[in-house]
Design a protein around this ligand. Structure first.
Ligand code: NAD
Length: 313
């Protein structure tokens, strides 16, 4: 199978591309970056193209030549970066998304999997948040992701595209996306292992549902592989591990008792994180395509510490 991973140099995309290549697929990575965010991710078995999804003609040519069966669309400007640069976020997340979907339609790609976010919900939504709960995000990032989901679903109804969206909670990984407002969920591990201390920019009781990066990759692949007949909807979500910053810190202290955690809340970031839901219902994903996460909080903490230690050796 010929698969294109758009944004395949990113935290999630790199591991996804490497896993798909290991399964024997012909994988092409398209990204503005020429090397992976996670430097130890090996993409030797992938074809690597440096390109920008906002450049429509170039993107069309990539699709024409690639003759892809499936596309994973992960390229995006994440939440904190989007707040800093409205124009770029709009261009990449809106124009880029449109370009990818139009190219997929023109060049007869069978399936498009899109990474959305549980940050597409806003404050006041009833929890646990259902997959069809109202989406009124506060962040520009959330707004663009809602639009991306809707455009994909529209392409399904209008052109028969097999569009599948997955709302991820905050992804925890050793090089966790620094451009997201929930970057603390990964940074706390990096600093705990590397420096022995971490200062949270959110309050102790503030948190988010999180998912370990390998679970996020497995979920994207499972959704991709699911029989279309078993899908009852076009967009799914993962519940993840609901933990406050304090609970995450305590899980680290169980493994590394000498680490110091302090709190110096940044009012903008703290209130953006607080506007996001903590509990997300993912029973549709379990029922329709058998989603079961492998990592709980302590399992993820152990794995992160082990990975970070092996990187620094
Ligand atoms: N990391 C999280 O916590 C999280 C949570 C929910 C959803 N998601 C979604 O998952 C996806 C992957 O997230 P990630 O953590 O790997 O982020 P990331 O920032 O590590 O990866 C995004 C990749 O997109 C690439 N990119 C950006 N603009 C581009 C452009 N114009 N053309 C081509 N490539 C471009 C970047 O270079 C980067 O490699 C994103 O769509 C994100 O919105 C992430």
């Amino acid at each position: 199978m010929r698969i294109l991973v758009v944004g395949g140099m990113g935290n999630v995309g790199g591991r996804l591309a490497a896993t798909l290549a290991k399964r024997g697929n012909h994988v092409t990575v398209l990204d503005v970056r020429s090397s992976p965010v996670e430097p130890y991710v090996v993409l030797d078995d992938c074809e690597v193209l440096v390109g920008d999804i906002t450049e429509k003609a170039e993107l069309d040519e990539t699709f024409r030549l690639g003759q892809f069966d499936s596309v994973f669309h992960l390229a995006a400007v994440l939440s904190a970066d989007a707040e800093k640069d409205f124009d770029r976020a709009w261009k990449v997340n809106m124009v880029g998304m449109r370009n990818v979907l139009l190219a997929a339609t023109s060049y007869k790609v069978n399936k498009v999997v899109f990474s959305s976010t549980t940050a597409s919900f806003g404050p006041g939504v009833e929890e646990p948040v259902r997959v069809d709960s109202p989406q009124w995000p506060v962040s520009l990032y959330g707004v663009t992701k809602v639009a991306g989901e809707r455009l994909g679903v529209r392409m399904h109804y209008r052109w028969g595209m097999d569009f599948r969206g997955l709302r991820l909670p905050s992804v925890v990984s050793p090089f966790g996306a620094g451009g997201g407002v929930t970057a603390f969920c990964s940074q706390l591990y990096e600093h705990a292992v590397g420096r022995g201390h971490y200062q949270f920019y959110v309050e102790p009781g503030v948190g988010r549902p999180v998912v370990y990066v390998d679970d996020a990759v497995s979920a994207l692949i499972q959704l991709h592989d699911a029989n279309e007949s078993s899908l009852t909807r076009r967009v799914y979500q993962l519940g993840g591990i609901s933990a406050t910053s304090e609970e995450m810190a305590l899980s680290v202290l169980k493994e590394l008792p000498n680490v110091q955690f302090t709190y110096e809340p940044d009012s903008t970031k703290n209130s953006l994180v607080k506007s996001l839901p903590m509990y997300v219902d993912d029973h549709d994903a379990s029922d329709d395509w058998g989603w079961v996460p492998k990592y709980d909080l302590q399992g993820m903490t152990k794995r992160m510490i082990a990975e970070l230690r092996s990187i620094s050796e």
